[in-house]
Design a protein around this ligand. Structure first.
Ligand code: 5RP
Length: 239
């Protein structure tokens, strides 16, 4: 099957990340179109003898990995992982990310935090100097939604990035639900001057299950562009 130019870039980043994987490793599998390339690469290598245990970050990824015959586990059985490879919606030079475009950021963050290393794979279109061009996804509980969103609005205003906050709906107008059955809202903040401050403020809001800011989690970002795959940060040396 021939890939479009953008899918080729994602594939290159995924192949490079797959080169880090050795038999015996416990792997976190991310979610999204870029992470799906990585899962395919691992599937191919597993069919050639690579032996890994994989924890998926979404039902989508679990199904893909299952079809490829990968050995699956959960964080309950395997609470510590060696490496998680995942995509991102946006990243900045400090390796801070926005994730959750696919609504999986809660599980993605839990799996990344359970891993010794998180390596992100992207194409260069996701690179920004200041986070916020991509709408920040939040997973929120149904209960008290309006009150939760009022707190979110206050927090974004206080941190210098007010903007519309919209419940995510599908093409038929139905609320998008996460794998845990909760709602997603997207915050159109344009530019987030203080990602750490916003992350702290959002985490303190009751009803806010998880925000899509990933700070201090990624060890390295593999960025594919027309010239090849570039590394931002440091690839793990102790895998
Ligand atoms: C899903 C995510 C994805 O990693 C993010 O949306 C990037 O996806 P893609 O590789 O399809 O652009 O955070 O929740």
């Amino acid at each position: 099957m021939s890939l479009s130019p953008i899918e080729m870039l994602k594939r290159q980043a995924a192949e490079r990340a797959a080169d880090l994987v050795r038999s015996g490793m416990r792997l976190g599998l991310g979610t999204g179109s870029t992470a799906a390339h990585f899962v395919d690469c691992i599937g191919e290598r597993a069919s050639q003898g690579l032996e890994v245990i994989c924890v998926p970050t979404s039902e989508r990824t679990r199904l893909q990995a299952e079809k490829l015959g990968l050995r699956l586990s959960t964080l309950d059985e395997t609470p510590q992982l060696d490496l998680t490879v995942d995509g991102a919606d946006e990243f900045d030079p400090q390796l801070r990310l926005i994730k959750g475009g696919g609504g999986a950021h809660l599980r993605e963050k839990i799996v990344a935090a359970a891993s010794r290393h998180m390596v992100v794979i992207t194409d260069a279109s996701k690179e920004v100097q200041v986070l916020g061009k991509f709408k920040l996804p939040l997973e929120v509980d149904h209960f008290g939604l309006a009150a939760t969103l009022r707190h979110v609005e206050e927090a974004t205003r206080a941190l210098g990035c007010p903007g519309p906050i919209v419940l995510r709906r599908d093409a038929e107008g139905k609320n998008v639900l996460t794998d845990s059955g909760r709602l997603i809202v997207d915050c159109d903040l344009h530019a987030i001057p203080d990602p750490e401050g916003l992350a702290t403020a959002l985490s303190a809001i009751p009803g806010m299950i998880e925000h899509g800011l990933f700070i201090g989690l990624a060890s390295a970002i593999l960025v594919a562009d027309l010239t090849g795959v570039r590394v931002v940060g440091q690839l793990p040396q102790d895998l």
